[in-house]
Design a protein around this ligand. Structure first.
Ligand code: URA
Length: 289
């Protein structure tokens, strides 16, 4: 064999291996989005003169900074974005109108890095509605909530109480959505500002679906919709009254998120107890087929 051709082939296979390893390293670090065609050395750039401090993760959910300052997370100021999402949500008279309103809303920068909007899955006539946190990579690709590994576990859990998102019979079906409609990059937890700005959309979503029972899946969902700050392990004990702005009072139960169960399988027992409470509530409300 021509020695030069062997060398070139050998070098390029070494480079491919090195590139694959670099990609694997990035993925393990949570870097799984390409934001630009060329790399930017941000350490070499001057700091922006009027940088707006990011929203502190510890900031309370419902009383963040009231200024209309803009940050990288918020193309609009938080209160401006929240005002817009609230009026868009209120104006939506149907689920289709709500879906279009969310799709056209420019107040969240996570929309720019997401591939698809994730609005809902399941049967909108089902009396049981489940609200999760935010789409992950699989949901972002397919445009549907809970389709990745935690979604598969969720389907099994719901199957144990006879609920199936594919069912046409409303009494055997479930309707699923999330607090956030766009995937936060790298599957990070949505920040408080993103939650507050998105809240009017999911509140209107619930109002339009009019479920008879709400399952709040995970701490982010439970805290945001119940307006509470306690941990999910406290909030999951017992039923709550979820009140819509149009006066519906919907029994709501909080439970652990399936992603948490995948990491902490010992808590499956607790979720099973929560599902038995859902069964009792379905029975009380005459919602068992
Ligand atoms: N986790 C969620 O909370 N929602 C999804 O849609 C997927 C994972």
């Amino acid at each position: 064999m021509d020695q030069n051709r062997f060398k070139v082939g050998f070098m390029s296979s070494l480079q491919t291996t090195a590139l694959k390893e670099a990609l694997r390293f990035y993925l393990e670090c949570g870097v799984d989005e390409v934001l630009d065609n060329t790399a930017a050395d941000r350490f070499a750039m001057p700091a922006p003169v009027s940088a707006v401090p990011p929203v502190k993760p510890s900031a309370p959910l419902f009383s963040g900074p009231s200024s209309s300052a803009r940050s990288a997370d918020m193309p609009l100021g938080k209160s401006e974005a929240q005002g817009q999402s609230a009026s868009l949500a209120a104006a939506a008279k149907t689920l289709d109108e709500l879906r279009s309103a969310i799709a056209g809303f420019e107040g969240l920068s996570i929309k720019k890095t997401a591939t698809n909007m994730v609005f809902c899955d399941g049967n909108a006539n089902a009396p049981v509605m489940l609200v999760g946190e935010a789409p992950g990579a699989d949901e972002d690709r397919q445009g549907k909530p809970f389709v990745g590994v935690s979604g598969q576990l969720l389907d099994k859990i719901l199957g144990c109480i006879g609920l199936d998102r594919q069912q046409d019979d409303p009494l055997k079906a479930i309707y699923i959505s999330n607090i956030i409609n766009w995937r936060p990059p790298g599957n990070r937890t949505p920040n408080p500002a993103e939650i507050v700005v998105s809240l009017p959309f999911i509140q209107r979503h619930i109002e339009l679906v009019k479920p008879k029972i709400l399952i709040l899946c995970g701490g982010v969902s439970a805290k945001a919709l119940l307006g509470r700050d306690e941990s999910i392990s406290k909030l999951r004990k017992g039923w709550h009254d979820y009140k819509t702005t149009d006066g519906q009072v919907i029994p709501a139960i909080a439970t652990y998120h399936p992603a948490y169960l995948l990491r902490t399988p010992t808590q499956k027992r607790a979720v099973w107890a929560d599902m038995l409470s859902v069964q009792e509530k379905r029975q009380d409300l005459n919602l068992l087929s």
